[in-house]
Design a binder for this molecule. Structure first.
Ligand SMILES: Nc1nc2c(ncn2[C@@H]2O[C@H](COP(=O)(O)OP(=O)(O)OP(=O)(O)O)[C@@H](O)[C@H]2O)c(=O)[nH]1
Ligand SMILES: [Zn+2]
Length: 363
């Protein structure tokens, strides 16, 4: 008998620790590393790290490195050697592009070429999955287990964590209940909970769609600003309500509401992107400058939920060809793309044009 947390549970703890600014220990095949997320770093913890001696490294994605003119020798990431005496403002300025234009970082940055970068790559995946800025201080530890025990820190096995982060979390059905709405009297809301401690996702079923026929479906990613506040910067609110109205009129459909705010980067990072957009960057450039890819969503989730509800084919309401490709790859047949053209405003015209030009959206 063991009450000890499983690797998945330990990873969830690590995510929560990083969000609070608590360091996490990574165990590699030989040795390991201490990891601190740059966004939640404090001056005392940086001081403690520097007191350990050795060479702390600030890992950033290649996207962020390119904007800082730092050489990414490790392909998708760069390891910047922390200059002696570098303080918290230095770390934050590398991690967060908020002041890039007002106070350009001088550099030059010394990026490492030698040695493995696996733990640094894992550190960045972990900070992304904690919805923090993708920048992490990483410090080699010869005996990670002893260090974690001595300091009461969460320790994750690098090999297990890497494969868990790459896997799809497989949300389980928790509960469903009748929910009449403006769009339909015959609504039913289903709640799905991933076993890895990440956000719950919702499916709103309209009518009683046959499981053996293509269902009219919409995969909607959460947009607090558009869905709730009626933001004019994007088309999410009108798309959400348009899809619901269309399904209501048809008398059958399923709307998946996936909690992947800001194309998977989280609301705080999306607001950082909006702030960069106010400085003149477009939606894709802003994501890159923050160190993210254009789209960090995992659409496997949507396919998993549809399958667990018994659906195998859909008529998909979307303008995004990636959603169609991902559905097909996950074994859901898309018999038809139903276009969704709604909500163009003077504020979002450029945003929609960028999605078409850079992200392959169909107009
Ligand atoms: N990072 C980032 N996310 C944004 C921005 N504007 C909107 N979003 C997010 O983009 C997502 C839009 O989701 P969807 O409407 O489902 O997706 P889509 O890729 O536009 O595809 P379709 O609407 O199906 O054609 C939501 O998660 C929004 O929060 C932005 O400027 N930056
Ligand atoms: Zn939106």
């Amino acid at each position: 008998m063991s009450f000890a947390p499983t690797p998945t549970e330990t990873l969830a703890r690590a995510r929560a620790d990083l969000r609070m600014g608590v360091p996490v220990v990574l165990s590699g095949e030989t040795g390991g590393a201490l990891l601190l997320a740059a966004e939640t770093l404090t001056a005392p913890r940086l001081g403690d790290l520097q007191a350990l001696g050795g060479q702390p490294v600030l890992a950033i994605t290649a996207r962020r490195a390119v904007t800082l003119k730092a050489r990414p020798y490790d392909g998708d990431l760069a390891r910047i050697a922390l200059p002696p005496g570098a303080g918290l403002p230095w770390v934050l300025a590398v991690a967060d592009p908020a002041d890039d234009l007002a106070m350009p970082m001088k550099g030059p940055f010394t990026t490492l070429r030698e040695g493995p970068a696996d733990l640094h790559r894992l550190a960045l995946s972990l900070t992304k999955s904690a919805q923090l800025l993708p920048a992490a201080l990483v410090h080699d530890l010869p005996d990670p287990e002893a260090f974690a025990n001595a300091h009461g820190l969460t320790r994750v096995s690098a090999a297990l964590a890497s494969s868990l982060l790459a896997a799809s979390p497989h949300p389980d059905a928790v509960v469903n209940a009748r929910l009449p709405t403006e769009a339909t009297e015959a609504g039913r809301l289903h709640i799905f909970r991933p076993g890895d401690g990440t956000e719950e996702h919702y499916a709103f079923e309209i009518g009683q769609p046959a499981r053996d026929k293509p269902v009219l479906a919409r995969l909607h990613s959460a947009c607090f600003t558009g869905d709730v506040l009626g933001s004019l910067k994007c088309d999410c609110g009108p798309q959400l309500h348009g899809a619901l109205a269309q399904m209501g009129q048809a008398g059958a459909g399923v709307l998946l509401y996936l909690n992947q705010e800001g194309r998977g980067i989280g609301l705080a990072n999306k607001m950082r992107a909006y702030s960069l957009q106010d400085q003149g960057f477009d939606t894709v450039e802003a994501n890159h400058r923050l160190g993210f890819e254009d789209d960090e969503r995992d659409f496997r989730l949507g396919a998993d939920i549809l399958k667990s509800m018994g659906f195998s084919s859909v008529r998909l309401l979307t303008n995004n060809p990636r959603k169609i490709a991902m559905m097909e790859k996950q074994g859901i047949t898309v018999t038809e793309r139903v276009p969704l053209k709604l909500g163009e405003t003077a504020h979002n015209r450029a945003y929609l044009a960028t999605k078409a030009a850079k992200s392959g959206h169909l107009l």
